[in-house]
Design a binder for this molecule. Structure first.
Ligand SMILES: Cc1cc2nc3c(=O)[nH]c(=O)nc-3n(C[C@H](O)[C@H](O)[C@H](O)COP(=O)(O)OP(=O)(O)OC[C@H]3O[C@@H](n4cnc5c(N)ncnc54)[C@H](O)[C@@H]3O)c2cc1C
Ligand code: SF4
Length: 339
């Protein structure tokens, strides 16, 4: 629909402390504004409900220097400021060389124009890209209503087959699975101070109206990625309807610890198939200790990965799509040909 923006007050703090103070004073009507590629569209479409009031105060976080920085800390952690753009992360030569699962994930988001303004924090906090959620006339569960309209309605391509809750939208972020596979942490600030949580504890399941553990006045400061080693193979892959740009029908990220051809540790995560990005613990356990000698042996290890998937009438193909994306990711991470 994209109508005109409703009126709002605007703040441009220069420190994290100033930003969280403004967010706290005006909660729940204040929102952090980063690239605006999602927030401004939601406002233009008047997407609101009892658990999602229309913002009245936008707090631009892009002028906070700490949030813009991408650097390696003294103890070897990669730190991605929440307001760093996806293009800055994708094009960073250190990230490309050492954490290429991250640059692959960031490069696969949307288009270069969008990646040049969309940020790390905004990508992790995006709301469901579900047509019912984004239409002002549907007060669906995620906006504070009682019903999920997609279950009995349209739920093709971008909806879930794993971990179904009340909400069945597929989680859209391409960055989140890569950060899960890298075992990253998120630093969050509020008026009470700062805290750090693993990305694996950031997302709530599809039974919750909120998508993440963030309180309305919380601000993501940065994402912290642990040091990596030479012995790691890593990859990201994504299935989408259109190659130009599109959200993932399924995406996957894998970080494999390899001793020769033997997998001595694995972290594998997926998105697009579930209301939240998730680790595939059974696949990780199946990979550990295995000799990854051929693509076929990998296929045998993962072919049951979606055996407990619950498909709906329009999502039957997603088990096969998930298997294909997972296999491609693992083959590439293990240095095997993709078949
Ligand atoms: C055409 C199109 C195609 C797209 N395709 C893809 C795709 O293929 N893959 C994919 O992953 N995504 C895709 N996206 C989504 C895109 O990645 C997000 O819109 C973008 O990353 C949001 O970042 P932003 O900086 O613009 O966030 P904003 O729009 O500024 O904010 C989004 C939300 O995050 C919150 N927020 C922002 N920064 C912080 C912070 N530091 N702390 C707390 N909350 C914060 C805001 O308050 C708001 O609720 C697409 C979007 C569009 C419009
Ligand atoms: S899938 Fe989620 S976002 Fe879409 S209508 Fe159902 S509850 Fe709302």
């Amino acid at each position: 629909m994209l109508c005109e923006l409703p009126s709002f007050a605007y703040a441009e703090p220069s420190t994290v402390e100033e930003a969280v103070k403004i967010l706290d004073i005006h909660k729940p009507y204040a929102k952090a504004l980063a690239g605006g590629t999602e927030l401004l569209n939601l406002m233009k479409d008047r997407v609101s409900g009892s658990s999602q009031p229309l913002p009245k105060v936008l707090v631009n976080v892009k002028k906070i220097r700490e949030l813009k920085e991408v650097y390696v800390s003294g103890d070897g952690w990669l730190v991605l400021g929440a307001a760093a753009t996806l293009e800055e992360v994708a094009a960073n030569s250190f990230v490309k060389a050492v954490y290429h699962v991250l640059s692959e994930a960031c490069s696969s988001v949307a288009t270069q124009q969008i990646r040049s303004v969309a940020t790390v924090g905004g990508n992790l906090c995006q709301r469901p890209w579900c047509w019912y959620f984004r239409h002002p006339y549907f007060d669906c569960f995620k906006k504070g209503g009682k019903l999920c309209y997609a279950v009995a309605g349209e739920h093709q391509h971008h909806f879930s087959v794993m971990n179904l809750g009340v909400c069945i939208a597929g989680h859209p972020s391409d960055l989140a699975p890569a950060l899960l596979a890298l075992d990253a942490n998120i630093q969050i600030a509020s008026v009470k101070g700062r805290r750090k949580i693993p990305v694996s504890e950031f997302y709530l399941d599809g039974r919750s109206q909120q998508d993440t553990v963030l309180d309305t006045a919380d601000l993501i400061v940065n994402v912290q990625v642990p040091p990596t080693t030479q012995r790691r193979g890593m990859a990201f892959a994504k299935a989408r309807l259109r190659d130009t740009w599109d959200f993932a029908m399924a995406n996957a990220a894998a970080v494999l610890e390899l001793d020769g051809r033997t997998c001595v540790g694995a972290r594998v995560a997926m998105g697009g198939l579930s209301p939240y990005p998730f680790r595939l613990r059974k696949v990780e356990a199946a990979l550990e200790g295995e000799n990854l000698e051929s693509s076929l042996s990998l296929y045998r290890l993962i072919k049951q990965a979606f055996s407990d998937a619950k498909t709906l009438p329009m999502t039957r193909e997603k088990k096969n799509i998930g298997t294909a994306v997972l296999l491609e990711t693992l083959c590439r991470a293990a240095g095997l040909p993709v078949f």
